[in-house]
Design a protein around this ligand. Sequence first.
Ligand SMILES: [Zn+2]
Length: 369
Amino acid sequence: MIITAGRVVTPARVFAPGWLHVEGRQVVAVGAGTPPAPADVELAGTVAPGFIDVHVHGGGGASFDDGAEAAEQVLAAHLAHGTTSMVASLVTMEPHRLDHTIKELALLADDGRLAGIHLEGPWLSPQYRGAHRPDLLEEPSARRVDELVELAGPHLRMVTLAPELPGGLDAIRRLTSAGVVAAIGHTDATYDVARRALDAGALVGTHLFNAMRGLHHREPGPIAALLEHPDAFVELIADGVHLHPAVLRLATDAKPHHTALVTDAMAAATQPDGDYRLGSLAVQVRGGQARLPDGTIAGSTLTLADAVRYAVLEVGLPIEEAVRAATATPAAMLGLHGVGTLRPGSEADLVALGPDLRVTRVMKAGSWL
Ligand SMILES: [Zn+2]
C-alpha cells in the first residue's frame, strides 16, 4: 500500500510532500516527492508514527488498575485518538491487588496488546503524594522490589519512586540491574540525592515539575539534576493545566531529544465531565480537569494527540519536535523496539492529522482502524 501525504514526519525527517510504502504490518520505504507507484491512499495533512504513551492510567471510562477487561477499554479509547503503544501505569494500591493486576496486565503484554507496565508507587514521598493514597505508601524493601520484578517478568518497564526514602537508592540499583527503568518522581529529593539517584542508574523524571520539590536557586532539587544530566529523560504533561507553556518550552529547550510527552490520563480521558475514580480515590472532572475533592490535580483527561496539538499550537514547538516527544523519544526511553519512527522495517503504526492537527485516521500494525 502506498500512502501519500502533504507531510510525513518520521520524526527524524520531514518529507513534504511525502509518501510511505506499507507491506503487511511493516513500513518498507518512506520518501519525499513522487512515490514509486500510484498512491492507494492520498492524505492532505500530516502523517506521523502512532503515538506512544508511557505514562497513562486510564481513558474511555476505565482504568488499568481494574485489570484486563478494563485495560482493553483504555487501549481502545486511546487507540482511536492515535496512541498505538501504551505502557499501563498503576497507582499505589493494596499489595495483593497490585499483584493481581500485574498478573492480568502481563498476559495482555504477552499478547503484544500492551507495551508494558509502569508502577507509580507505592514508594513515593508522603509530602508529594499527589493523588496517591497516603496510608498505602511504603518504603522500598529489597524483598518487595525483587518480588515485583519477578511477578511482572519482562513486562515491568518502569518504576517511579522517591529516591530519598530509606532503601530508595538500593531499589534503583536493583531495578536498573533487572533491566527496569527507574524514574524519579513524587519526591522531596534534594539536588544531591537526585544526583545520587542518577548515579545509581535512574534514567527518568516522572512528570517533571509536578509532584516534586520545586526548583530553587540555592537548592535546585531534582528538576535541575534531571535537566542537566545528559542521558536523563523527562516526562511532561502538556495539557495547559499541569504546566505553564513557558515551563514546557524551558524543558524542551534543555532536552530536545530527551523529553517525552505523556498524558498521565485517568478514566475520564475521551469521556465527559463527571465523577470518576483514580485507584480508590474519588475524582471530580469539571471542565476537563481531574481533581480530588481538596483540589489536588489527579491526572489528566488528555490524549497524546491533544498533547501534541497543544505543544505545537500553544507552546510553539515545531511539529517534528512535538511528534518526536510523543513517539521516538518515549520509545527510546523505555527501549520499545520497532515503534516510534517511520523507516524501513518499523511497525506500520501511523496517525494521520488534519490541518488543525486533529486525528483523522489511525493505522495499527498495517490495518486502518
Ligand atoms: Zn503521578
